[in-house]
Design a protein around this ligand. Structure first.
Ligand SMILES: NC(=O)c1ccc[n+]([C@@H]2O[C@H](COP(=O)([O-])OP(=O)(O)OC[C@H]3O[C@@H](n4cnc5c(N)ncnc54)[C@H](OP(=O)(O)O)[C@@H]3O)[C@@H](O)[C@H]2O)c1
Length: 240
């Protein structure tokens, strides 16, 4: 039985991937702060779900991961789906710091721990949910887009390492556009191409299985990625 950890699985994409993995007969260990949400997921398949209440913005993720991997009895797949984005028109540093603590520091600690774990066992797969936002700046939530750019770049760096050293560790960078989750804060109707969680997670699962480097979710967001690369900043600044 394959074993996976998902950090940030109490709702949205993390939860959706957990449900997909259970369908594929994985044993999963999931964490987040809202324990009651994790308990709901465990109640679906108590034997194959391990839960742990945890705030990943603390610098204690190594303890969390050691705990979860011991409970699982091994690890094949590590997924980081924790993330926040906060509008910050006034550039309040405390807001930027909060975002960075989770999206940058928490992310780095989890991915580094996983990479070193997989180096020791000589195989493994790390998946991060970054965003199409990783490809462009954002005037009203600068730390969100910048933190996603950090994640995308960091994963590419680790990919270069595995290619150079011929290590069988896979690193998948998932770049969703809009997915109908709590992070949209009820603004779904003002947005376009909003995917259901189910559709997004089914595409993510296929991408994980084929060990893709970069995944656009849904696939049509690749078009937005191309536009971001060719349009001048004067035009882009109207939207971001
Ligand atoms: N939905 C979209 O349109 C979209 C688009 C692009 C990228 N993404 C990315 O997808 C990832 C998942 O977001 P989502 O859309 O599924 O939204 P979501 O439903 O809000 O999920 C966010 C997850 O992060 C967890 N989390 C937040 N703060 C945390 C903390 N301090 N410690 C541990 N876990 C924490 C939440 O759990 P608790 O609150 O229970 O701790 C929740 O499980 C995020 O990185 C987001 O940036 C989403």
């Amino acid at each position: 039985m394959k074993k996976a950890i998902i950090i940030g699985a109490s709702s949205g994409i993390g939860k959706g991937i957990a449900l997909e993995l259970l369908k594929k007969n994985y044993k999963v260990a999931i964490s987040a702060r809202r324990i009651e949400r994790l308990e709901e997921i465990k109640s679906i398949n108590p034997n194959n779900v391990i839960i742990k209440e945890f705030d990943s913005s603390t610098e204690q993720n190594d303890k969390l991961l050691s705990y979860l991997v011991n409970k699982l009895g091994g690890l094949d797949l590590l997924i980081y789906s924790s993330g926040i984005g906060i509008l910050n028109k006034k550039l309040d540093y405390q807001i930027e710091k909060k975002v960075n603590n989770l999206n940058v520091s928490g992310f780095t600690q989890v991915v580094d721990w996983g990479f070193n774990y997989f180096i020791n066992q000589n195989y493994g797969h790390i998946v991060n949910i970054s965003s199409i936002a990783s490809e462009i700046g954002n005037g009203i939530a600068p730390s969100y887009n910048a933190s996603k750019a950090y994640q995308a770049n960091y994963l590419q760096g680790l990919r270069f390492k595995t290619i150079r050293k011929k290590i069988p560790i896979y690193l998948t960078d998932v770049r969703p556009g809009f997915v109908d989750t709590e992070i949209l804060q009820g603004n779904k109707d003002d947005l376009f191409w909003v995917s259901t969680v189910e559709k997004a997670c089914s595409q993510i699962m296929k991408g994980i299985e084929s060990k893709k480097n970069i995944l656009y979710i849904t696939k049509r967001w690749k078009l937005i990625s191309l536009l971001i690369k060719i349009l001048p900043e004067k035009i882009l600044s109207r939207f971001f």
